[in-house]
Ligand binder design. Structure first.
Ligand code: SF4
Length: 445
């Protein structure tokens, strides 16, 4: 896409016409003029003709929350190609947005982006820090970054990289050092070129004052840097002790039709981990490993890292639901009354005796259940009535939508990386035939 170029009258004159008072800011800006990183959302400090776009800056800052810049670049390109303007984004469906977001993680950001786009399409783009702060998904850092970068207004943005620079330069220490950084950053703020200054600090933290092996000899702040003067700059900042990740355990069920051309999935209600994305039916995630289900073939165990959780997920596979008595592959399941019509009474209770959520209402978890047939037998399998996504106690059932999805169209649905891995795992074990040899009960890894 060709970026629209408009003159930015502020940019070319401010630095030269108003001498900077503060040495810190002056050093940082001079360094930035020669060493800035190039990104598709960024305007070079040497480009005096182009004004930054608030829309593009906002998209990039939302993507950069929790995600590294090199990962964001291809996502940003695809996003802007698909939604070149705010109105394009505001008129899109949330599924279209989530499809472009899949793999980037922290999907709540995509929901916030979509909601904020609708608000801005109606009310206009904010012109102040407070206006940005009032939008969904925007906190003090993001509001300040957008205000400074896109609108060149005085605003203090402090992210992890910037915090590290200040901590080392000023030797900030002690239990409360983080809370003092904003004040220090405000004191040192440049008198002008606030957008460039913010981006300069981001770049300095990311490419010079790195967590490990800071390149102090290339740093514009080396002469006055407290941490450098001690000879052990990486002692700063004081490490913040993180709590250990909790282990959680669960099962996920990939059910194909008998031709293995469709797979059953459902949309997750918005909110919570992976909210709004499509997923396979599964158990809840527990602190203790839940018992293995019967009636499925074991495909493998995936270990997935979330911010606070290490999830151990067993992938189970089944197929052959096409021949069910009620409903067809074209059916969609939108609420409990729809689904209950498809089920006989014995399958309606989603909890077993131990309070474990059953994977499908049509499955049971009796440990003495007979072994199921292996996949490559020619004998047709007995096919239970089609399943529905397992309800969890906290879900709003009206939002659940179960659907048979053709495998060659799964890519049109927003899936988390975890669910993509689950599908890959299931497909590869089915197509390789290893599923036929899998034990029915397996140890957790
Ligand atoms: S001199 Fe070294 S420690 Fe100090 S701010 Fe620069 S890179 Fe960081």
């Amino acid at each position: 896409m060709v970026m629209q170029r408009t003159a930015n009258p502020l940019k070319s004159v401010q630095f030269r016409s108003r001498p900077l008072k503060k040495a810190f800011a002056e050093h940082v800006l001079r360094w930035y003029d020669q060493n800035q990183r190039t990104f598709p959302w960024r305007i070079s400090p040497n480009d005096h003709e182009t004004a930054p776009s608030p829309y593009r800056t906002w998209i990039s800052e939302m993507m950069l929350q929790q995600t590294g810049a090199s990962t964001v670049v291809p996502y940003f390109h695809r996003f802007i190609q698909t939604f070149p303007t705010l109105n394009d984004l505001a008129q899109a469906s949330i599924d279209q947005v989530l499809v472009l977001w899949q793999g980037l993680g922290y999907y709540r950001r995509a929901h916030h982006l979509h909601r904020a786009a609708k608000i801005m399409a109606h009310q206009g783009i904010p012109l102040s820090y407070d206006g940005w702060l009032a939008l969904p998904g925007i906190g003090p850092y993001t509001a300040a970054a957008i205000t400074a970068i896109a609108q060149n207004q005085r605003a203090v943005a402090v992210d992890g990289n910037i915090r590290r620079v200040f901590s080392r330069y000023f030797g900030m220490d002690g239990p409360d050092w983080v809370s003092h950084v904003w004040k220090k950053a405000d004191e040192q703020l440049a008198d002008t070129r606030w957008g460039d200054y913010t981006q300069a600090l981001m770049d300095l933290g990311a490419s010079v004052c790195k967590t490990k092996n800071p390149a102090c000899t290339q740093c514009p702040l080396v002469d006055q840097c407290h941490a450098f003067s001690t000879g052990t700059p990486t002692k700063w900042p004081t490490k913040i002790v993180k709590s250990q990740k909790k282990k959680q355990f669960g099962h996920v069920y990939v059910v194909f039709d008998d031709q293995k051309e469709h797979v059953f999935m459902h949309a997750t209600p918005e909110g919570g981990v992976l909210g709004g994305l499509w997923r396979f039916p599964g158990s809840s995630w527990e602190l203790q490993p839940p018992p293995d289900p019967t009636g499925y073939d074991f495909s493998g165990t995936l270990v997935h890292l979330f911010t606070h959780i290490t999830l151990h997920l067993k992938v189970w596979v089944d197929w052959g639901a096409r021949g069910k008595k009620n409903g067809s592959l074209d059916d969609e399941y939108t609420n409990p009354s729809d689904t209950s019509m498809l089920l006989s009474d014995e399958y309606k209770n989603p909890l077993n005796d131990s309070g474990i959520l059953l994977p499908h209402p049509f499955k049971t978890m009796h440990s003495d259940a007979p072994p199921k047939e292996l996949p490559h037998t020619s004998q047709p399998k007995e096919t239970p009535p089609v399943g529905v996504p397992q309800p969890t106690p906290s879900q709003d059932h009206d939002h659940i939508l179960g659907r048979w999805i053709p495998l060659n169209r799964v890519h049109e649905y927003p899936l988390s990386r975890l669910m993509q891995n689950v599908l890959n795992q299931a497909r590869s074990s089915v197509s390789s035939g290893t599923i036929a040899m899998a034990p029915r009960h397996t140890e957790w890894v």
